[in-house]
Structure formats: C-alpha cells, structure tokens
Design a protein around this ligand. Structure first.
Ligand code: HAM
Length: 441
C-alpha cells in the first residue's frame, strides 16, 4: 500500500514540477516496498557466511586514496576514471570505497589478524561507489557482500567460494546461473603471455577502441574482455592464456575445475575473462544469469590474488575472494518474480480513544511489549474507524480497544479480527488472556 501511495505521489510530482532536489545521478532510494528483498538477501548471506566460517568485518566507507591506487591498481578503470575522491579540511586525501578488497587487507594488517591462525575468513556488506555510466544493473552507489579468505593457496577454497555463491542463490530461489571461469596465470607465466599478446595485437591495434589503444601497452590482457565489436574482431585467433600457464598455475586451475565438477557447479571456461582489477593471479571468475536479457550482467565476481597482501605491507601470502552485487541479485529476483513470504505482521493492534484511554494505552503498550507480545499501535490517530482500518490493513489477529469508559472501569476490549467477536476483560488480566488466546490459535 505504501508502495502504491509513493508511486501515486511520484506520478503527481512528475505531472506538476520536478522536485527541487533529486537523488544524484546513478544513485537511488531503496524504498520500503523493496526492503523485503534486501532483508531476505542479507539474512541468507549472514546465515550462510556463518556456516562457511566467515567472520563479519566492518570497515569505514572512506579510506586513504593511496590504498586504492596501490591496491585496486593504477591502471584500472576504477582508479583512472571512477573514484569519488575528496580532500578533507585537514588536507587528507580520501576516497569513497569503490570496492572492499583493499580495505579488508588494510584492516587485516592493521588489526593484527596476521598473527592469528590462518586462513582468515572475513566478510562485509555495504555500499561501494564508482563513477560509472549508469545503465541496467549499474549504479554509482551499489551494494556488495564481499568475502575474503587470506593466507591459503589451496584451490579447494576457490571452489568453495563459488559453492557459497550457489548456496546463497539456491536459498533465494535463483536458478539458471553459470560460472564463467579462467586462470590469468601468475608473475612467472603472465609476462611471457603478455609479450605474446603485444606481438599478436601489434598490427591490429589500429582498429581498437580508444580505451584499448591505451591498454595495449599497459595491460593488453584487458583488450580480451572489451565489449567493443572492433576489439572483439581484432581478438579473433588470439593466443589463449590457458595454453601459456606455468605448471604451478596449470595444476592449480585443474584442481579448481575438478572440485567444481565434484560439487556439480555449472561452469564455462571463458578465456576472455580477465577481470578489471590489477591484483588477480591464477583463478578469476564471475557468475552470470543464463537468460538472454541478463547475459553478461555479472551477479558476482572474484578471484585469487597472490601479490596484494605483500604490496600493501604484509607477508608474501595468497588470498582469494569475491563480491556479490546485491542490487543485481534483488533486480533479478524481482524480474523473475521470485516470491518472498511477506514479513510476519504484528499479531495485536492497540486502539485508544479519549484522553484517558490514550494515557493508559501508552503505559499498556510498553507492558504488552515487555511481556513479549507482538503489538503495534497508532497513537496519533484519533477515530476508532481510522485505527480499525489500520489494524485491518496490517492483518493483525486481535485488536485491543481502550476507550474512556474502559479506562474508568479499568477494563479493555479484546476483539478477534477473524470472527469479529469481542470480550471485555479486566485490564490487569489482559496479558494473561491474550497469551492464552494466541496459544490456542
Ligand atoms: P567486481 O567484479 O568489480 O569485483 O564487483 C563484484 C560485483 O559487484 C559485480 O559482479 C557486480 O555484481 C557488483 N557491482 C560492481 N560494480 C557495480 C555497479 N556499478 N553497479 C551495480 N553492481 C555492481 C570486486 O569488487 C572485487 N573486489 C571482488 C573481489 C573480492 N575479488 C577478490 N575479493
């Protein structure tokens, strides 16, 4: 109902004049009617994170700008074009986090996690900010659930993270998803592959889009996942990284795939998947819906990073992680009309009438709540009609009516909303009576 009212209001607003202030481009209000999805998604993520052994970590939304330049990478789109950066009055250069990973590693190093038994498994939920061109499923403020496993090279963990995503989507009722997976090698094998790519593209780069012309020297691997048709054409017959992995990366990747086979996770070997962040080594993956209109809208993405912890001042150790795009999950659930049982409404509505009834109700409301009864009320409404309407709309089982007469007599009316039957009971017995009635139902 609130949703409908809001929509009518918006219609009225757009009919008349635009509001003076509007939400910033690429950002949006998440309205009460959608909270049912967000609550469900977060609740399932929290429950499953716990079973998979993750601890919750909350970091500030602002971090030192240098952390992302170093961590996310100087030559990434994020650092080159998308960061919301500011200078404080004190002269600090800060950035609204465009992703979680560098913040989590900073927090891991700063809070002494490195002296604890490894691997360390941490998860976080919150907003990220990227100054991107808004389009379907792409916002300038979006929300991620981010997972990191720090200090363990075992390929079973790469597979287990993907399994975690599939468990979350299963509990949310989201089907028909496919993992896109690749290995982008490590500091041993990638430089050789990079050289091969530069040679391959030497005579083709004239057809590249402006972004790839720039990327050609700095990071030719990024040309592989460019969506521009000219770059796709220029990449026809390109050498495959999978054929250029060192033994260590090759074996690691083979094991990841074997684990995925074992747990029957659907995947597609995607030699074009390189991911846009500098820290990845070995496994990279994304999870995409399989339906036509959502293809290539990644619901989640991640991979292994072998140099990041050292780069940010820690030991030379490996990590692996991924992040789920919560906005995209909610959009998909709505698009696919996945039903979520509506929230359990309060079972009792307290109606008050007259000055004395109102005063007594204020105290009674608190007593009912403290007794563990699920009660709601609307103290500002004065007519019984208004209050009954509200109680009815909320679908409560019982209403309590405390008017002037009842307040003087120290009684109260209990009305069963299903049968419309009423009973007058002493005020001192109302909690006991209600508990009995609720138990009976
Ligand atoms: P990412 O691929 O940039 O990876 O983001 C992960 C997911 O966040 C995407 O698959 C998408 O669902 C969602 N997302 C990202 N940007 C937007 C946007 N502008 N609008 C809506 N949704 C968006 C990372 O952020 C890595 N830090 C993941 C990771 C963790 N890798 C290792 N550990």
């Amino acid at each position: 109902m609130l949703g409908l009212l809001i929509q009518l209001n918006i219609l009225n607003m757009t009919k008349k004049s635009k509001n003076k202030f509007q939400v910033p481009k690429g950002m949006r209000d998440i309205l009460p009617e959608d909270q049912i999805y967000w609550d469900k998604v977060k609740q399932i993520i929290k429950n499953l994170s716990k079973s998979y052994g993750f601890d919750f970590l909350e970091t500030p939304i602002l971090e030192d700008t240098e952390l992302f330049i170093k961590g996310t990478g100087q030559n990434t789109d994020i650092v080159e074009k998308e960061m919301y950066s500011l200078k404080t009055k004190g002269g600090d250069k800060l950035t609204l986090r465009p992703e979680f990973t560098p913040s989590i590693i900073r927090a891991y190093l700063e809070n002494g996690f490195s002296s604890l038994p490894h691997p360390i498994k941490l998860y976080s939920i919150g907003p990220i900010f990227r100054y991107e061109r808004p389009q379907k499923g792409r916002y300038r403020q979006s929300y991620q659930a981010n997972f990191e496993i720090i200090g363990e090279e075992d390929p079973i963990l790469d597979a287990q993270l993907i399994q975690l995503f599939f468990s979350i989507s299963k509990e949310l009722g989201i089907k028909n998803l496919i993992t896109q997976i690749n290995s982008i090698g490590c500091s041993t094998c990638r430089p050789g592959y990079r050289k091969k790519l530069i040679n391959f593209y030497r005579n083709r780069k004239k057809n590249f889009c402006p972004d790839c012309k720039r990327r050609y020297q700095q990071n030719p691997l990024r040309v592989l996942d460019c969506k521009n048709s000219k770059c796709i054409e220029a990449s026809e017959g390109v050498p495959q990284i999978i054929d250029n992995l060192c033994d260590n990366c090759h074996n690691h990747f083979r094991s990841v795939l074997e684990y995925l086979d074992e747990i029957e996770i659907p995947y597609n070997l995607n030699s074009r998947l390189v991911r846009g962040l500098d820290y990845y080594a070995k496994t990279v993956f994304e999870i995409w819906p399989e339906d036509e209109n959502n293809r290539q809208i990644a619901l989640a993405g991640g991979g292994r990073y072998d140099g990041l912890i050292k780069l940010l001042g820690g030991k030379d150790m490996s990590g692996v992680g991924f992040a789920i795009g919560l906005d995209r999950i909610v959009n998909l659930m709505k698009e696919r009309e996945i039903k979520i049982p509506s929230k359990v409404r309060s079972s009792i509505f307290l109606i008050q009438l007259g000055e004395l009834g109102k005063k007594k109700s204020l105290k009674l409301f608190e007593e009912l709540r403290r007794a563990g009864l699920d009660v709601t009320s609307s103290f500002s409404r004065n007519t019984i009609r208004d209050q009954l309407k509200k109680a009815d709309k909320q679908g409560v089982r019982f209403t309590l009516i405390l008017g002037q007469k009842e307040a003087i007599d120290e009684t109260i009316i209990i009305r069963d909303m299903n049968s419309s039957s009423q009973e007058i009971v002493p005020l001192s017995k109302v909690i006991e009576k209600l508990k009995k009635k609720i138990k009976k139902k």
